[in-house]
Design a protein around this ligand. Structure first.
Ligand code: FMN
Length: 370
């Protein structure tokens, strides 16, 4: 068992009696230090840079890009390459790639490393047909030799650690992850994230973290537990009962960065209306900068409900926002509902690196010749 993982296991055993696990404890994926035991999940259509930067501010020790197509990287698709922009304040950051060919995955991993990612994450968990029908995502769990070949090719292509995120298997009740996981570690994976639902389950039922505990016992790399962690109590139970190195939070953080603060620090203060509006306006401004107004205005609509729900604002208010054409109009209405937010936004913007200085150059020129 490697030292880092042994320490995590020992710490967990020590705390198991008290159930008081320190989420602020740092841990390592090879030589990459992760400052807290909370990881922000990769989520397609959600994990833009603004989401990741916000996640880091609220206590996530590691953040992840959404899954990026290695075919899109290979063809230098402009939108795909946009996913490889890394901000100076989001490290440590994993960029996740998906594909089914070892060579193209290795090439994509080189681009990801050159873009500044601290980890290359491989997606063996996506259950969506558009992805699985190409032989990528969760289908690779049924093709362990190919999955291992992908991990090996990627690990040989880059110096940064390689991580793998997977589901329990394809079909309900599957335990495939326990067979495939150790093979992926042998192939070079420096950490595994397990979302213990089957691909067939999509997001129904519950994540069975008894499988996470079994996986932790089988491998000598840190394991990250993903699925249904929405509170500090649940995070501590999952960490204590699985001996995982960290928990990953996805849906619980949508429009709710305060959940991350509660999980890491136990600070369960409800945000004020001003705080909610300030975070949402900041998120809108950053997303417009990242995606451009046209893409951002559609992309952002789902976030209005996520931020303003949970009894924070009356339901019709969200309806008013989603029909507006521009994000400027949305911002005006939000600030009219909570004028005190303006001062908070100014404070936040003064503290954060802003504008272009957070964007690092893409290394396209290095690989432009193919
Ligand atoms: C909208 C959405 C998009 C997702 N996209 C990805 C993805 O791109 N890559 C990935 O590995 N997992 C993806 N996931 C799965 C999450 O990372 C996570 O494993 C899952 O949601 C369970 O965690 P949760 O209960 O905390 O949400 C996605 C989940 C959601 C809800």
């Amino acid at each position: 068992m490697v030292a880092a993982n042994r320490d995590v296991v020992n710490t967990c055993q020590y705390h198991r009696q008290t159930m008081k696990i320190d989420l602020r404890e740092s841990w390592f994926i090879r030589d990459v230090e992760i400052p807290t035991r909370l990881v922000l999940a990769p989520m397609a259509g959600v994990s833009v840079q603004a989401f990741r930067r916000q996640g880091r501010r609220f206590g996530a020790g590691l953040v992840c890009s959404e899954m990026v197509s290695c075919a899109g990287i290979e063809h230098r698709n402009e939108k795909t390459l946009g996913y490889l922009r890394v901000a100076s304040d989001e490290h440590p950051l994993a960029i996740q790639i998906f594909g089914s060919e070892p060579r193209t995955m290795a090439d994509a991993a080189r681009m990801v490393e050159a873009a500044g990612a601290d980890l290359v994450d491989i997606n063996f968990g996506c259950p969506v047909r558009k992805v699985t029908k190409t032989g990528a995502g969760a289908t690779l769990l049924d093709e362990p030799a190919r999955a291992a070949a992908i991990v090996e090719a990627v690990a040989n292509a880059v110096d940064v650690p390689v991580s793998v995120k997977m589901r329990r298997g394809l079909r309900d009740g599957s335990r495939t992850c326990l067979e495939v996981g150790p093979q992926l570690v042998d192939a070079g994976a420096a950490t595994l994230t397990l979302h213990p639902r089957s691909a067939q389950q999509m997001y129904t039922g519950t994540a069975d973290h008894s499988l996470t505990a079994e996986l932790v016992a089988l491998v000598d790399v840190p394991v990250i537990a993903s699925g249904d962690v929405t509170s500090r109590a649940k995070a501590q139970t999952v960490l204590a009962t699985t001996a995982a190195a960290a928990v990953m939070v996805g849906r619980g953080a949508q429009g709710n960065p305060w959940a991350l603060r509660e999980i890491v620090d136990g600070d369960d203060a409800e945000p004020t209306r001003e705080e909610v509006v300030a975070e949402l306006v900041l998120f809108i401004r950053e997303t417009v900068r990242e995606l451009g107004e046209r893409r951002a205005s559609g992309f952002l609509k789902k976030f209005y409900g996520w931020y303003l729900g949970r009894g924070r604002f009356p339901r019709p208010f969200k309806q008013e926002l989603v029909v507006l054409d521009t994000t400027d109009e949305v911002e005006r209405l939000l600030l009219a509902a909570a004028p005190g937010a303006l001062q908070l936004i100014e404070q936040l913007e003064a503290e954060l690196p802003g504008g272009d200085e957070v964007l690092l150059d893409l290394p396209i020129s290095i690989y432009g010749g193919g």
